[in-house]
Write a protein that binds this ligand. Structure first.
Ligand code: SF4
Length: 369
């Protein structure tokens, strides 16, 4: 039996109480000043296009799903809308601009037509332009627009503080008939893993994560955490791993009888801490675990991710971001402190060949605490 196999079996049976104890021991190795800090990034989202080649069963964001309320489909975000949102971001002192879209929107003629009308050679050219615009106002871009080739990532690296792509799940079962990835050619394990490796080769500080409760089982989750750890061990570029629970929304096709429980979320969070130790930050979106913040902290999370003072969570629009003051208060009661961070983790800012020079200059001149 391999070491990993033994570990997976051990994790299957471990109680939450024992997990908490082991997590506590790992945290003991942290320097005193880091032990009680939970970070977040003050960000806003630019949703460039929700045209997407995939049709994941759990997705509300993509253009095929009818939108309600203020949410609208966007072929390609216009200059005026970008300006309006950047103005708002400046007013709210946001340091991070999350640049997101569906995967390969330029596969659709209506998006290509828009790109051509606005004088862009291709979609990456347009994304680069958006990132450059953000940098003009000292807002640090973090781009996550689905699968990209090595060449495309290289073209975006110099305009991004960090980049991201959720691994989600590499479970092949999810491609079976009636499962969530049946109509998502971009979600094959190969296409999800490759960008993580390429980010390592390109020295891009990177964010990835698992989407939980979409038909995968406990063993699938643990294997994916090990997969991320193996890639990290080779390139040392993964700054954080998001553990995101699926939430049902009106209009989507995936509707499990039971959403993933908070108990299962806590268990996989503790297991992630045992695997990543203090090397990779663990993040849970605070709008999806409201009321359980303390329990997740005990399981080793150290980050709440991007929290926007004005833009919505485009993936879970019905889940409002908590107020910074609310999180701060909750943490204070438990002797933890909420601390703002940038979209690139501190340890990568001066790490050789990681942070692009223009971005390091902004950080060193404007954001040095
Ligand atoms: S790839 Fe992302 S945007 Fe596209 S359908 Fe899947 S979850 Fe939605």
């Amino acid at each position: 039996m391999t070491n990993k196999r033994k570990k997976i079996d051990y994790f299957k049976d471990i109680t939450l109480k024992r997990l908490r104890e082991e997590v506590k021991e790992i945290k003991e190795a942290l320097p005193e000043e880091k032990k009680n800090i939970i970070t977040y990034s003050r960000n806003f989202t630019l949703s460039l296009s929700n045209y997407c080649i995939n049709n994941c069963g759990y997705c509300y964001y993509n253009f095929r799903v009818p939108k309600y309320g203020a949410n609208k489909n966007v072929i390609l975000l216009g200059k005026d809308d970008v300006k309006k949102q950047v103005d708002e971001a400046i007013k709210h002192n946001c340091k991070e601009g999350l640049v997101m879209s569906g995967e390969k929107p330029d596969e659709f003629p209506e998006v290509r037509k828009e790109l051509e009308t606005r004088g862009f050679n291709n979609y990456i050219d347009y994304v680069q332009n958006i990132c450059r615009y953000l940098l003009k106002f000292k807002i640090l871009p973090h781009t996550n627009i689905g699968f990209l080739t090595y060449k495309q990532m290289k073209l975006l690296k110099n305009y991004n503080a960090s980049m991201g792509l959720m691994l989600e799940s590499t479970s092949k079962k999810l491609f079976n008939k009636g499962e969530v990835h049946e109509f998502s050619p971009g979600k094959t394990p190969k296409r999800r893993i490759k960008p993580l490796i390429n980010a390592g080769k390109l020295k891009i500080s990177f964010t990835t994560g698992l989407l939980l409760g979409i038909g995968e089982n406990f063993e699938d989750r643990v294997k994916d955490l090990y997969l991320i750890k193996d890639i990290y061990d080779k390139y040392k570029h993964i700054q954080e791993v998001i553990l995101q629970n699926f939430e049902y929304k009106n209009g989507i096709s995936y509707n499990p009888a039971q959403p993933i429980s908070m108990e299962k979320m806590l268990k996989i969070t503790g297991v992630a801490k045992l695997i990543f130790k203090n090397d990779i930050a663990i993040q849970v979106p605070p709008n999806l675990i409201k009321g359980f913040e303390k329990s997740f902290i005990e399981m080793g999370i150290n980050d709440f991710g991007g929290i926007s003072p004005f833009s919505q969570d485009f993936i879970n629009p019905e889940k409002e971001w908590p107020k910074i003051e609310y999180l701060s208060e909750i943490l204070k009661k438990k002797r933890y402190f909420l601390k703002e961070r940038l979209p690139i983790y501190e340890k990568y800012v001066n790490k050789k060949n990681f942070c692009p020079k223009n971005i390091r200059n902004i950080i060193n001149s404007d954001f040095k605490s």
